[in-house]
Design a protein around this ligand. Structure first.
Ligand SMILES: [Zn+2]
Length: 81
């Protein structure tokens, strides 16, 4: 079984890490422009985050790891503690 990284929803045979609803919410949450139609949203998101941080050559697992951490930090940043 393959689940969405964010909401754990079962995504059947999808190869992506996030469900469609979740990835759209991530773009909204990060105040990031969505890619043009037909473009791979996840790759676009990874690339955007990598650009923000200033790194270029990392593999797929590292991109997923980085995105996961980045989202966590952004989320914590928005909490007022
Ligand atoms: Zn999800």
């Amino acid at each position: 079984m393959h689940e969405c990284m964010l909401c754990q929803r079962d995504m059947k045979k999808s190869k992506s890490q996030f469900g469609n609803g979740c990835i759209n919410n991530i773009f909204k949450f990060l105040d990031m422009k969505k890619p043009a139609r037909g473009k791979n949203k996840e790759q676009f998101l990874y690339k955007n985050i990598m650009n923000k941080i200033g790194i270029s050559k990392i593999n797929k697992e590292q991109k997923i790891w980085l995105t996961d951490r980045y989202l966590t930090y952004q989320y914590l940043d928005q909490l007022h503690y």
